[in-house]
Ligand binder design. Structure first.
Ligand code: MG
Length: 199
């Protein structure tokens, strides 16, 4: 079976406005265009996978149960928008500020690539033809280390991050990523056709 490709989404600052340690439905506001992007990606055959650092858990701001309640609600919203999320990976650890067993320098915590590598193994993904959208340099670094081919840095102007030197693309609205997805699919299909001709 051919490997699948994924659209990896950071959560805070990509799916929802990053108001700092968002932990409940009342404070969770979707960013304009996220459902359009996800519907388009799904139609093009991408699996939708969320990759999120959640050190708020490790810091004791909210519990894993709070996170799981919010995640279930979030996934229901995507489902009803016709863009169901295949999986959600999160890292609750923090190397300095984690409390108890949450104080840990985790290979899963972005900018490390652990979560992406676990996702690739679990869902048999081709990382080279997969895409990551994130609003921080750490998202781009994580994707680069994992071998995700298209690393899309979303700089909406809300945060002051500068474009990462390992990003392959920069976008200022989420909708801008739809043409990237389409071009990537076109390139993949083109390469496949060329390979068939050559054979
Ligand atoms: Mg973020």
């Amino acid at each position: 079976m051919a490997a699948s490709r994924a659209l990896f989404l950071d959560r805070d600052g990509v799916i929802n406005h990053d108001s700092g340690y968002t932990s409940d439905v009342e404070n969770f506001r979707f960013i304009d265009g996220i459902f359009d992007v996800c519907r388009a990606a799904k139609k093009m055959g991408y699996l939708l996978i969320v990759i999120t650092n959640q050190a708020g858990i490790g810091r004791g701001y909210y519990s894993e149960q709070d996170f799981s309640i919010l995640t279930k609600w979030m996934c229901d919203q995507f489902e009803s928008e016709g863009a169901s999320i295949r999986d959600v990976f999160y890292c609750p650890y923090h190397p300095e500020d984690g409390i108890g067993h949450y104080k840990k320098d985790s290979f899963d915590r972005k900018p490390n690539p652990g979560m992406l590598l676990h996702a690739a193994e679990k869902h048999e993904l081709d990382l080279n033809t997969s895409i990551m959208i994130g609003d921080k340099s750490s998202d781009m670094q994580s994707a680069n280390q994992a071998g995700v081919g298209i690393r899309c840095h979303f700089l909406s102007g809300v945060n002051n991050d500068v474009v990462s030197d390992v990003a392959t693309h920069q976008i200022s609205t989420l909708q801008d990523s739809i043409s990237l997805l389409a071009k990537s699919v076109f390139d993949i299909n083109n390469a496949a056709r060329t390979a068939v001709k050559a054979g």
